[in-house]
Write a protein that binds this ligand. Sequence first.
Ligand code: FA5
Length: 343
Amino acid sequence: MKAKLESLKALFDAEIKKVSSPTDLDELEIKFLGRKAGELTAVLRGLKNLPEDQRKEIGNFANQLRGEIENAITEIRNQLSGSQKIDRFFDLTLPGTELPNGHLHLMTKAIREITEIFERIGFNRVRYPEVEWDWYAFEALNMPGDHPARDEWETFFIDDKEIGPKGKRLLTPHTSSGQVREMERKELPIRMTNISKCYRRQSDISHAPMFHQFEGLMIDTDVTIAHLKGVLDYFAKQFFGPNRTARIRPYHFQFTEPSFEVDISCGLCEGKGCRMCKSGWLEIGGAGMVHPNVLKAGKIDPKKYSGFAFGWGVERCYLMKPGLSIPDIRELYQSDLRFLKQF
Ligand code: FA5
């Protein structure tokens, strides 16, 4: 048996020298180590029939030989694949593999566009906390603790029991919470846009539990509704197109007096009324003249100063742009690349 193994070794050493391609090597491997008809495999299988005293010695020798054959085959395989790479024709002029190019999320683009439009007329972008005190989100905005108007803001509270000097903590349900913070922080006059995430216990095709609002606030001496209307018209033209205008309708908010709802003329019928808009106008959000109680909460004298504020949803506003048709607002936040790549 040992003699048979030695002749196998001599045969392998001779044959591996003749190998010149991966196919030759595969054939050699099968010839010696193949599971069915490999010559060394057959010897290894026969070990169990040897007398006890020979089995150990011959077994060791056979296993050592198998290790040597395996190593030699691996080494030659590496050499062959290395040399193949070098031999292969390499065309330097071919274009490289292009890495996929990402792009900004639709809402990031919208926020940048809105920021720039207001910057051009001197409104600077600010940001205030998303985890807010009840005081800034409601109390300072003329909505005392048990006021029913609070229900309209379907709020997420952080911990109902934890009440500090500024009330409970909550996820801010609107960017109006930045109004009094801005009044506390800044010298007058104020011209700010606060664009931020807002949270409400709402979820359907036109409501997302997390969405964005942008809030405009201007406070100075002698600010009137005419200034508000001028800014709204300016925004309508810059954001939606030169033929669009804004209109205001009476409404009610606790923190503005008088209060309005703002509509933008429909882009399809330009205010005449069509199947899409019915009335010729599309509702965009709320606005009004800052309530004297809110100015007082921000330590501003309402006899000397006045101001306007407006607050709209970024998503709803952007989806009103011509040519965009998104059936469910929540799709914006499902991170589905097939959807997001379209924009
Ligand atoms: C407010 O939040 C007021 N703070 C707006 C305001 C500011 C009025 C300043 C006066 C002065 P309202 O709840 O209507 O108002 O929300 C304003 C806009 O936010 C809505 O018109 C809508 O575009 C958007 N919005 C509200 N809830 C959601 C939601 N769950 N998902 C998406 N957009 C929403």
